[in-house]
Design a protein around this ligand. Structure first.
Ligand code: FES
Length: 95
């Protein structure tokens, strides 16, 4: 099963493949920052410290929002719209 770790709390959980990062973080017991839950506001942006290769590639919509927040998609993702596919992912909340 995929594993999520949220920093700085260092909270971890095993999650189902196909869960969003937001769902996975909540599953780990962390109150995740979010607004629209729809990949359009950018409130949920988080740094992917490890495991970017285990996530869906960004959609054009996500890339537009990251650009508005000046966040490099190589390091940052929107947790409400990105799903974990496997492996382990370490996130740091960006707010
Ligand atoms: S909660 Fe708005 S983009 Fe994720």
């Amino acid at each position: 099963m995929p594993k999520i770790t949220i920093l700085p709390q260092n909270a971890t959980a095993e999650v189902e493949a196909g869960q969003t990062l937001l769902e996975a973080g909540e599953h780990a017991g962390v109150e995740m920052e979010a607004g629209c839950f729809n990949c359009s506001c950018g409130t949920c942006v988080a740094e992917v410290v490890q495991g970017m290769e285990n996530l869906d590639p960004p959609s054009d919509e996500e890339l537009d929002v990251l650009d508005q927040w000046n966040k490099d998609p190589v390091k940052y993702r929107l947790t409400c719209c990105v799903k974990i596919q496997g492996g382990s992912v370490v996130l740091r909340q960006a707010h």
